[in-house]
Design a protein around this ligand. Structure first.
Ligand code: F6P
Length: 323
């Protein structure tokens, strides 16, 4: 392996820069050339490559976003797009790839790797934490802390007015942010895609927790939750219970920004180095992850498809201790 490419793809996540830095510095340490590929797979298709050296990644460890930019590429979903991408990699002399992203990124990586027998290693980078085979994904811890800070602030005003707040957090298909922030912020109820809650159950919870205490209540809703859109759920509750003072906040993309936490910086640094090590030891088509403090290699297909279970202990705990 003489020259590798690195890219970030899909939704950005705090800590992606720390991962890029680790990949570049480790490659330089091993006398391997590194090329940054801009805007995810679009950069592979368009030949948008920049040479990187140790100094190219100075000062980015603490920065949110990704210096390589990111995208969700439609053209890379087509065989023609991937053929052009392969030609570009060959022309540039790149013989291994590190891709940093989530399930969409890994799906593209796996298809491309098999189609062209090309060594690709995935680094889990998504705030959703929804990849199987790693305890944490890069960006998740920072997003959780961002959500906790926002929810704490909303709690102040909710309590002053004795209001019921529905707060929507990210997590397209996964409730990790909602569940863990729910515990951290003392949410009265959490709604998750992994655990169906009926409208009647929700009303019953609120009856017990909100109307009884006459103080504030917070329902944390994962955006992928199955009961309906947060705004519609809140609207229906407000109509059926005019005595409740209901408000809605959608935290949105603010959850994806900001300087990464120490946990994310360390995780990203470890995984960046592990990804280059994986290429050097002829691994391919795997994600590098960390389980119980140990580096693991998980087939990309498994990381995407196998379900990462939510912690049902935490869910039960919310019901017991949330007042
Ligand atoms: O996958 C990360 C994520 O932030 C999801 O939680 C969210 O559903 C999605 O990306 C939003 O994507 P976009 O930034 O393309 O709107």
């Amino acid at each position: 392996m003489k020259k590798i490419g690195v890219l970030t793809s899909g939704g950005d996540a705090p800590g992606m820069n720390a991962a890029i830095r680790a990949v570049v510095r480790k490659a330089v340490h091993e006398n391997i050339e590194v090329v940054g590929i801009l805007k995810g797979y679009n950069g592979m298709v368009n030949g948008d490559f920049i040479p990187m050296e140790a100094a190219s990644v100075s000062g980015i460890l603490k920065e949110g976003g990704t210096i390589l930019k990111s995208a969700r590429s439609d053209v890379f979903r087509t065989p023609e797009g991937r053929a052009t991408a392969y030609e570009n990699l060959k022309r540039e002399g790149i013989d291994g790839l590190v891709v940093i992203g989530g399930d969409g990124t890994f799906t593209g990586a796996s298809i491309f790797g098999h189609e062209y027998d090309f060594p690709v290693i995935g680094i889990p980078g998504t705030i959703d934490n929804d990849l199987f085979g790693t305890d944490l994904t890069i960006g998740y811890d920072t997003a959780l802390n961002t959500v906790a800070e926002a929810v704490d602030k909303i709690r102040d005003t909710a309590t002053s007015h004795s209001r019921l707040f529905f707060i929507e957090v990210m997590g397209r298909d996964a409730g990790f942010i909602a569940l863990n922030a729910g515990v951290a912020c003392g949410a009265e109820v959490v709604l998750l895609p992994e655990k169906r809650t009926s409208f009647d159950e929700l009303k019953e919870f609120l009856q017990k927790k909100y109307s009884y205490s006459k103080s504030s209540s917070i329902v944390l809703v994962a955006e992928g939750e199955k009961l309906g859109k947060t705004i519609d759920i809140a609207d229906r509750i407000g109509k059926e219970h005019p005595e409740y003072d209901v408000r809605v906040t959608i935290l949105g993309h603010l959850q994806r920004g900001g300087s990464p936490t120490v946990t994310d910086r360390v995780l990203a640094s470890e995984l960046g180095v592990a990804a280059v090590d994986a290429l050097l030891t002829n691994k391919r088509d795997v994600m590098v992850g960390i389980v119980n403090g140990e580096i693991v290699h998980v087939p990309l297909s498994q990381a995407i498809k196998d379900e990462k279970p939510i912690n049902s202990r935490l869910l039960n705990l919310i019901n017991v201790i949330s007042g």
